[in-house]
Structure formats: C-alpha cells, structure tokens
Design a protein around this ligand. Structure first.
Ligand code: HEC
Length: 466
C-alpha cells in the first residue's frame, strides 16, 4: 500500500514538472478510450466516428452528451471532472477524427475529374520557382501573379511570363511576404493594381523586428511597377514581432477598397478595436478614411476598421449579384470559417470558435455568443481555407454565382452554392493535387488555381471535357 502511494506521488510530481499542456488527445486517451476505443471505433461504448448520434451531431450537442452523460446507460457525466473548455475541445476532437476517417474524394477516370455537373482535366499554364500567393486577371486574359518571396509576374494567356521590375520591398518572415494582388475592376480605365504584403519599416518590439500588413497601389507600365501610392500602412506602435497571420486579401466595391489583416498570432487583439490585426479594413480607393466607416467616432478605435474578431482571413470575394463581401478565415485545428462580412460586426475570434489549438489544447468553451456572428459555413476537421472567388461565365454555366474555395492542408478546391445569404451545398472539385492558395476566374469564364506540390509551384486550369 505504502509503495503504491509513493509511486503515485512520484508520477504526479513528474507530471507537474514536465507541465505538458492538457491536450484533448491526452484527455481522451485517459478518460474515454477505455470505453469508446483508442481510435474512437467503439467498444463498451458506441463508436464516435460512425456518424450515428443519439444525442445530436453538432459540437454543442456532442459537448452536452459528454457533459451530462447518461449514467444509467453507462456513460459517465463529465461536467464535474472536466472543464467546459476541455469538454468543448473533446467535442471538436471527436468531429475532427470522424471527418479524418471518412475523407471525401473526387471521382476520377484517368486524368479526368468528374463532378456533379462537369468533367474536367487539369492543365498546367504556368510554372514558378516560388510559392504563389495571389492571382488576378486583366481584362485581356493575361494575369498578374504574386510570389510570397516578393516577385510579381505577368503571365500572358499565351504562356510567356515576365517579371515585373521595381516592386515594393517586402518582409519575408514566417507566413509574411508578398501576399495578394488585385487588378482594379475598372482596368484599364483605372490602371491601378493593388498589392498587400508584410512590411517592416524599422519598427521593433522587445528588440526584435516588427511588422504589419501594408496595402499599396501602383501601375505596371512596360513590365515595371511605377507610380506607387501607400493606401494603408499601420503606425509603428501597431507593428508586431511575429511571423504569423498577416492575412491577406483585397476586394474593391463601389469605390472603396477592403483588405484583411490576420491576428498576427496575438489572438485577443482581434477583439481590440485599437489594434490593426484581426480586422477587415475599409478605405477609399486612394487611401482616405471614408466618413461612413462604422467606428469613425468610437473612442480609441482605428477609423479604418470595417469588421473585427477575425483570425486569419485569407479569402475575400465579392458576390457578383448581391455585391456582398464574403470571407474565408483560416481557422486553428478545426473551425475554418466562411463569413458574410457586414460593417461593425464582431466575428467572434477567439471568444467563440469551432476550433482547438494545434497542440490539442482547447481555446474556448463557446461556439456561440450574443453580439458575435456565426459563420455561414465551417470546417471540422480543418481544410485550411485560403483564396476564393465567385464563378461567373459560360464555360461552367451551371456554377453561376457559386463560391469557389481553395484549401491548403487538405489540398481541395470546393464549390459552395450560396442562396439567400446561406451556404446550401458544398461539393469537392479537386483533391490532392497540392496545396491550393488561390483560385481565380478569367474574363472568359475559365477557372485557374495556384497550387504548390512539394517545391513545384504551378497555375493550373480546369479544362472542361465534353
Ligand atoms: C465507462 C464507459 C464510458 C466512458 C469512460 C466514456 N463513455 Fe461515452 N458513452 C458510453 C456509453 C455506454 C454511451 C452510450 C450511452 C447511451 O446509450 O445513451 C456513451 C455515449 C457517449 C456519447 C454520445 C454518443 C451519441 O450517440 O450521441 C459521447 C459523445 C461520448 N460518450 C463521449 C465520451 C467521451 C468524450 C468520454 C471521455 C471524456 C467518454 N464518452 C467516456 C460509455 C463511456
């Protein structure tokens, strides 16, 4: 008896010393695996991955099943033993494991991919040395391409490519570098090209180089970047010494430019209106603060903020009919979101989320809260959402106004049908061809994706097969 006690004390002591954060995997292995199986496959308790739910399938339902249990049927109640955050984290973990065990595939015959409406193959139209971040079409079918490492390229529809000289100096740091590119929707009447990028202009934080996402516009004449104007550059005291979550995408609507900055790895700042990170900002096309911005008269708020509570928005797209701005937000583990962006609204990060930390630690015990927006659609497990664009054109006519969405980790291109501000269906179009950072529709209605497979960086076209 005595010996056992000592052994226990030693175990507790060494556990405290290593101070490993409590991950949901560990909590599951210790408390749940004995009945539900190591792989959640079931045993004395039911399988948690067969998609059959007595108590409901949403994260909130699953959390309630865990919390309350059903002691009469052999499921203990966990609400007194585990924190609300851990229970919510376990619910997300169960959803994630279920999704990972039942991955979706695209039907494929040889090189031809078959979706619900169309068959298509993938054709390489451009190859690059560095990772591609953004892709935006000119009216003549040529495109501009940003490489994260800092270069902008003109890719002709005929296949030749030209490097643009004198583009802005970027801060290549972690996830930061050259990010999005947007050709002005009225080009060439308005010759402007907009770029976002991570920038360090000498700011320091705790002795380390600090930076933020900057938005500029300029013109490309004879393959040279000229007439640059800074549209948004945060003051130095808002710069952050982190290589994480710069965003960023750009859209232009009715004479205003909107762009996103991620939370820069400082998640609580997404809720702070005096910080630039974790926000979507709105400016006039030439960089002035619009007098009808929602926080223009709010004390201590940045006047450029349009919406807040964002983690890492890597997709922004304008609905071709309703003119709404839709956003994709790269989540943590679980909890990638598709949002409809409206002024002044709080999108909840990190107070509410359908995700957990990459290391398995829970983030929040809540997926809902009053005063915070619910996503229109979300992904557990994460697909790692990136660029997106609404389809318009003749080639894939049945996909009119559908939202095309790129994913990195799960290597997917998805098609979301949006109706009356809701996502009513979600189809997988491309799978496992590499990480897809961006998707763009050409003026002729062709679909292009920017992919990275290993160290190969390509622009691929979906070529319809009849
Ligand atoms: C002693 C065995 C046992 C342990 C330990 C246990 N469960 Fe259960 N669990 C069960 C049984 C049995 C049921 C089915 C209860 C019923 O029929 O209502 C169940 C049901 C559930 C359900 C509801 C499933 C549905 O169909 O809605 C969830 C979710 C769940 N358990 C998760 C967990 C988690 C998470 C843990 C660890 C924190 C855990 N369980 C620990 C036995 C167990």
């Amino acid at each position: 008896m005595k010996l056992k006690l000592i052994a226990l004390t030693v175990a507790a002591f060494s556990a405290a010393c290593t101070a490993k954060p409590t991950s949901v995997e560990d909590v599951y292995a210790e408390n749940c695996a004995s009945c539900h199986g190591k792989q959640l496959q079931g045993g004395m308790g039911p399988s948690l991955i067969d998609d059959e739910w007595k108590g409901g399938s949403s994260a909130t339902d699953i959390a309630k099943s865990i919390s309350d249990g059903n002691p009469q049927m052999g499921m203990p109640a966990w609400k007194h033993a585990l924190s609300d955050e851990l229970i919510q984290g376990l619910a997300i973990y169960i959803q994630e494991q279920k999704g990972n065990q039942q991955p979706q595939q695209v039907t494929q015959k040889g090189e031809v991919l078959q979706s619900q409406d169309y068959a298509y193959s993938l054709k390489t139209v451009g190859e690059f040395d560095e990772e591609i971040w953004g892709l935006s079409f000119l009216p003549n079918g040529d495109s501009l391409i940003t490489e994260k490492a800092g270069d902008v390229w003109l890719l002709k529809s005929t296949g030749e490519k030209y490097k643009i000289a004198d583009t802005p100096k970027i801060w290549l740091n972690g996830q930061g570098g050259l990010l999005d590119v947007l050709v002005h929707p009225e080009y060439p009447k308005k010759l402007w090209i907009y770029l976002t990028f991570a920038e360090n202009t000498g700011a320091k934080q705790d002795g380390k180089n600090a930076g933020m996402t900057t938005l500029v516009r300029g013109q490309i004449i004879n393959n040279k970047w000229v007439n640059q104007q800074v549209i948004y550059r945060a003051p130095h005291d808002l710069h952050i010494a982190s290589g994480a979550h710069f965003g960023s995408r750009i859209v232009i609507r009715d004479g205003y430019v909107y762009f996103s900055i991620g939370d820069r790895g400082r998640m609580h700042m997404a809720q702070d209106l005096s910080k630039a990170n974790g926000k979507i900002h709105r400016l006039t096309e030439d960089g002035k603060i619009p007098s009808d911005n929602p926080f223009i008269n709010t004390k201590d708020a940045l006047q450029t903020i349009w919406s807040y509570g964002h983690r890492n928005p890597q997709g922004l797209a304008l609905h071709p009919v309703t003119n709404e701005i839709w956003e994709s937000e790269h989540g943590p583990r679980g909890g990638d979101e598709i949002n409809l962006i409206e002024p002044s609204l709080n999108y909840g990060w990190p107070v509410i989320t359908y995700g957990i930390n990459y290391n398995g630690q829970p983030i929040s015990d809540k997926t809902h809260q009053e005063g915070m927006q619910q996503p229109k659609h979300y992904y557990v497990p994460s697909i790692a959402t990136a660029g997106m664009e609404f389809y318009r054109g003749k080639t894939f006519a049945k996909w009119q106004n559908n939202l095309l969405l790129a994913s990195l980790a799960k290597q997917e291109l998805r098609r979301l049908v949006v109706k009356d501000q809701q996502v009513i269906s979600d189809e997988l179009l491309v799978k496992d061809q590499g990480r897809i950072r961006d998707v763009a529709v050409s003026p002729a209605g062709e679909i292009f994706i920017a992919v990275r497979e290993g160290s190969d960086n390509k622009v691929l076209q979906l070529v319809k097969v009849d």
